[in-house]
Design a protein around this ligand. Sequence first.
Ligand code: SAM
Length: 288
Amino acid sequence: MATLGNPTNTIEVLQKYHFNFQKKYGQNFLIDSNILENIIAAADINKEDCVLEIGPGIGTMTQYLCENAREVVAVEIDKKLIPILEQDTLAAYDNITIINEDILKVDINTLVQEKNNGRPIKVVANLPYYITTPIIMGLFESHVPLESITIMVQKEVAERMQVGPGTKDYGALSLAVQYYAKPQVKLTVPANCFMPRPNVDSAVIKLTRHKEPPVRVSDEKLMFDIIRASFNQRRKTLVNGLNNAAGLNIKKEDVLSALEKMGLPPAIRGEALTLEQFALLTDQLRKA
Ligand code: SAM
């Protein structure tokens, strides 16, 4: 078994199996052992943990996870990688389950029930950036028992997840992430730590799930519909944005009266509201 996390052994494995990188699966493999150790430390993995790794690739981070966790489940979409993982890079470990599937099609709640008796798991992932948001939101919204998600994202996306009102990066993703979890950027990862090199720099962000959401709201779904509608038309006032939103059926006068009750100016934009204010607004509009 080759120890991965360096260019020499990575190239050796890739050549041995005549592996061709698939762009559509966002395959950029980590080749820096320092970064890998830092990710394991950031995710705070220990021998009690059951870890779900999404997108193990040739098993680079998986080796580190198997060394440090009690049990690891790795879900990989590319069937060409499965023999490499099973017969080679992870063959020495008895605490790994490899599943060849698209993570978006896996019933993760059932998996957590089977593997960890329904107790919270830790998720670690280095994924194609275009599926990062659906995966994170899917995990939170389907109430999978989880303690934290430690995930490699594009540097700008990490920024967007942790900012508050009044910045250009603040948006629906910031509010959704912060409703469910506490975001902390743990490290930045330059493009030369991957093979092949991506075009952007990355960052590892840890999302530690809140035990209780930081705000109370009478209708979670309505709040997120309102948030999305407010940021869809960023340049409009909140009153016009919500009034134009298809499917929401919110009247201008109701928004104006809610804003007045909350002591907010009638021409305010959605991007100026905090999570708490979106929750209050939702409660007011629901009553109306
Ligand atoms: N974890 C490895 C590493 O750090 O070197 C590989 C990371 S690579 C950026 C992303 C991996 O996710 C690839 O192996 C890719 O095939 C896999 N992947 C892409 N889409 C996936 C999906 N929908 N479900 C499961 N795995 C996926």
